[in-house]
Design a protein. Structure first.
Length: 334
């Protein structure tokens, strides 16, 4: 319990620090959110009245106190553009983003570890070179450019997969249970609708996975090469254990600690990558809403999404720390 209490306190400090930085950075931008919301042709009197409504006419320290007080009560504010509570907006949009991010994280972990292990076991052979080529491709390909190429190939040329969105126009989504169209359709027994929604996820998931996979593959290869050269691996082989048993029971498990650490960091970076991916594929998630909020200077939405991003880092790294105990029994939470 002491471990989790300390992590909870540190998480609150990190969230407070992030919120403070976001607040002061937003006010350092030479722009007026009231003018951005009302338009450049709005009368000055109307802009001043709207600034008063938003509380922007008050001293900065007063605005900061109100801002922190609202956050302490779970109030993320109201969107300047839509006039809807930001918490409600994020609650509606985040399930769509998580539906995209979760399979990408799973695929990047499974495929990255698999490619890394194969490359390490066959170091110097064609399998290793192929893995390095794939990793180099993923690292050098910008996610927005890859998304456009996928759309050109699989939609424009082949016609196999849809271009953008979550469902075709005119098709009603399933009843909301989790917010994930695929999962909700399965829970309602609408298997055709589930497959239709899944098809809309394939291209953006490929783009987001390709962005994450190379780092996991390269790190796994490097760690595996180091582990395979240790004395305990040579001892295990000298005892007559099969190569698959040596890999699965001794090598891979010990190589997973650095990979787990990087994976925890990739959770937050993948949410960041979802901003670009959702914009390219016109995917109605929180990432696309954040991109639109940046253009329209909708500070409450920007703050809310950034805090969610920060919280995802904190939770992911907590899960990673706990996973160390299962990967290596010598590590204790204390």
């Amino acid at each position: 319990m002491t471990f989790f209490a300390k992590r909870a306190v540190s998480a609150l400090i990190v969230l407070w620090g992030t919120a403070t930085i976001i607040f002061f950075l937003s006010y350092s931008i030479p722009s007026d959110p009231a003018r951005a919301a009302l338009g450049q042709d709005a009368p000055e009197s109307q802009v001043l009245a709207y600034r008063k409504t938003l509380g922007l006419d008050r001293p900065l320290y007063v605005q900061y106190e109100r801002y922190i007080e609202r956050l302490a009560h779970g109030n993320l504010g109201v969107s300047i553009i839509s006039q809807q509570p930001v918490a409600n907006e994020l609650g509606r949009l985040l399930p769509a983003t998580f539906e995209l991010v979760f399979p990408s994280l799973v695929l990047s972990l499974v495929l990255g570890v698999t490619l890394g292990v194969i490359a390490a076991v066959h170091a110097g052979h064609w399998q290793d070179r192929l893995s390095q080529v794939l990793a180099l491709f993923g690292l050098s390909m910008p996610i927005f450019w890859l998304g456009l190429l996928l759309q050109l190939l699989f939609y424009a040329k082949l016609g196999w997969l849809p271009l953008s969105g979550r469902l075709p126009p005119g098709v009603n989504p399933p009843g909301t249970i989790t917010g994930s169209y695929v999962l909700d359709a399965l829970l309602h027994g609408q298997f055709g609708l589930a497959w239709l929604a899944a098809k809309y996820l394939i291209l953006p998931t490929i783009a987001l996975t390709t962005w994450n996979l190379p780092l996991t593959a390269r790190l796994t290869r490097g760690v595996m090469l180091e582990v395979l050269g240790t004395d305990y691996i040579r001892t295990a082989r000298s005892k007559g254990l099969t190569e698959s048993r040596v890999l699965m029971r001794h090598a891979i498990r010990n190589a997973m600690i650095p990979v787990a650490t990087i994976f925890g960091l990739q959770v937050g970076s993948t949410l960041g990558g979802a901003v670009v991916t959702e914009t390219v594929f016109s995917y109605p998630g929180a990432g696309r809403a954040l991109a639109q909020a940046v253009v329209s200077l909708d500070y409450p939405v920007i703050t809310g999404f950034t805090l969610v991003l920060c919280l995802s880092y904190v939770v992911a790294n907590l899960v990673v720390d706990v996973s160390y105990v299962f990967l290596d029994p010598r590590i204790k939470l204390a």
